[in-house]
Design a binder for this molecule. Structure first.
Ligand SMILES: [Zn+2]
Ligand SMILES: [Zn+2]
Length: 344
């Protein structure tokens, strides 16, 4: 295939990731988005190597070539860049992968909402990856209120989305087992407590608004989240302060989240269900006013002290008696356990 004009190239959707659009174009030619990018970069040489696509910032000359080949306004492609959509958001507030995660440059390694894919299918359009799925705090779809998926519901590997042309439409599939990703598989019946999911969603929206708008609350969120994921008791500890919130003797920090311990902005490093748990803990411990300085709620004060190398025993009764009482702590913990036990 030469680098000239492509006869078939769909338009990008307004809320789509650039890498998703490239993948949708490419699947019409039996290629991946990276392979297509490689072809463009190397004058269509058969030996061109795949090129990674950075969704955060786009090289102007690159997008100009792609736009020309696909008959799309280059400005329209530039607008897909995350740096254009969220100009105030720091890089550390996007999803990125920890040690055992595949590099973020792999197309479609963002968490996804299966209900959004199902909506694409019933609307008769291509499935596509939403830009909002890249946000570090995003763990619940604001449209459908469902938890995002970062594991394949069939082969259970970490999700990597590929696109396949079926019946003339690009359909998102698991790149390992080929499962078509829609929520037709009876996945919608998980018994999550909807009130608490709504709480996590509200917290997620507040974080998004403050990080996108760079308002002073962002710093408060960063402090509170860093405190929850600070190493417990001594700097090299493998357990985060969050372990105290579980209030379970002998709780061990799973390998999939160990790299987030001690991180300044831990949310983007976490798998989806750990983001939900972190948001619930944030709400439970710091309260809706998010007081991280001065008048710290006693429960938060205790946790924050444990983040420093000081030995203060924290009994569950003293912690719980001071926690803001709109919801029972047991409710939070039950949901947290339920989410973490979910084998997705
Ligand atoms: Zn959705
Ligand atoms: Zn799979």
């Amino acid at each position: 295939m030469g680098p000239g004009r492509l006869p078939v190239a769909p338009r990008p959707y307004r809320d789509e990731l650039l890498s998703s659009w490239m993948a949708r174009v490419a699947c019409r030619y039996g290629l991946t988005g990276q392979e297509l990018a490689g072809h463009f970069a190397h004058d269509g040489s058969c030996y061109s190597s795949p090129l990674s696509i950075d969704d955060r910032t786009l090289a102007q000359d690159q997008t100009r070539v792609w736009a020309q080949a696909c008959g799309v306004d280059p400005e329209r492609l530039q607008r897909l860049a995350l740096s254009r959509r969220y100009p105030r958001r720091p890089r550390s507030w996007y999803a990125s992968r920890g040690p055992e995660w595949t590099p973020m440059t792999v197309t479609g390694s963002t968490p996804v909402c299966l209900a959004c894919f199902a909506a694409d299918q019933s609307a008769g359009r291509d499935g596509y990856l939403r830009a909002g799925w890249m946000l570090a705090e995003r763990c619940i779809c604001p449209v459908h209120g469902e938890l995002l998926h970062d594991h394949c519901v069939s082969c259970h590997r970490r999700l990597s989305v590929a696109f396949r042309l079926l019946e003339g439409r690009a359909q998102p599939v698991c790149s390992y087992c080929g499962l078509i990703l829609t929520d037709g598989g009876g996945e919608g019946d998980r018994p999550h407590d909807s009130a608490l999911v709504a709480t996590a969603l509200a917290t997620q929206q507040r974080i998004a608004a403050s990080v996108n708008g760079k308002n002073p609350e962002q710093e408060q969120f960063e402090k509170a989240l860093a405190n929850l994921w600070a190493p417990l008791d001594h700097p090299a500890a493998a357990r985060p302060v969050l372990a105290l919130w579980f209030n379970e003797v002998g709780w061990r920090c799973p390998n999939v989240v160990r790299h987030a311990v001690g991180a300044k902005t831990p949310l983007g490093l976490l798998p989806v269900r750990w983001r939900v748990v972190t948001l619930l803990a944030l709400d439970d411990v710091f309260g809706p006013e998010l007081r991280v300085d001065g008048t710290l709620p006693p429960a938060a004060a205790h946790l924050v002290r444990r983040a420093a190398p000081r030995q203060i025993r924290l009994s569950s009764s003293s912690r719980r008696s001071h926690v803001q009482q709109q919801r029972s702590a047991a409710e939070y913990e039950r949901l947290a356990r339920q989410i973490l036990a979910d084998p997705r």
